[in-house]
Design a protein around this ligand. Structure first.
Ligand SMILES: [Zn+2]
Length: 145
């Protein structure tokens, strides 16, 4: 048996029990379903708004968060970790990066890992000279000065 919320042509709401959805259609079509209030046989199923309220919206919000692409999140985590690693293990040379990288490359100073600022032109020159440089991903750029 299925219980339906029903509505007559005069907007009287009532419940009816039917063997199946088809059973309801058949009984309604033959005028066997009548409104207990006014006796009208013009009866249809009331639109039922499932009782889902606020809880659903919260659930939706949670799922929104979880739909943030994992890959993007992982990438960002990796970049942060890499930057952290660089900052902890390399010497910051500021805008002397190109100069210092060259000195290391040509053996004018002790080999050590550095990071700092370089203009795109400087970076390009270094690469052309065969100095190993890599852009440091992420992060709010350090402010000059
Ligand atoms: Zn009625």
């Amino acid at each position: 048996m299925i219980r339906y919320a029903l509505l007559c042509e005069h907007q009287h709401e009532f419940d009816g029990w039917f063997p199946s959805s088809a059973g309801f259609e058949a009984q309604a079509a033959s005028g066997d379903v009548v409104c207990p209030v006014c006796g009208s046989a013009e009866v249809r199923k009331a639109l039922m708004a499932p009782g889902l309220g606020r809880g659903t919206k919260k659930g939706a919000k949670r799922s929104d968060i979880s739909t943030v692409p994992d890959a993007a999140q992982k990438m960002s985590m990796m970049m942060l970790a890499l930057r952290k690693h660089v900052e902890e293990n390399c010497d910051y040379v500021g805008d002397k990066f190109a100069e210092e990288a060259r000195r290391i490359h040509y053996g004018e100073t002790e080999q050590h890992d550095i990071y700092g600022e370089a203009t795109p032109d400087e970076a390009l020159e270094l690469i052309e000279e065969g100095v190993e440089v890599a852009p440091l991903p992420v992060g709010p750029p350090r402010r000059a000065n």
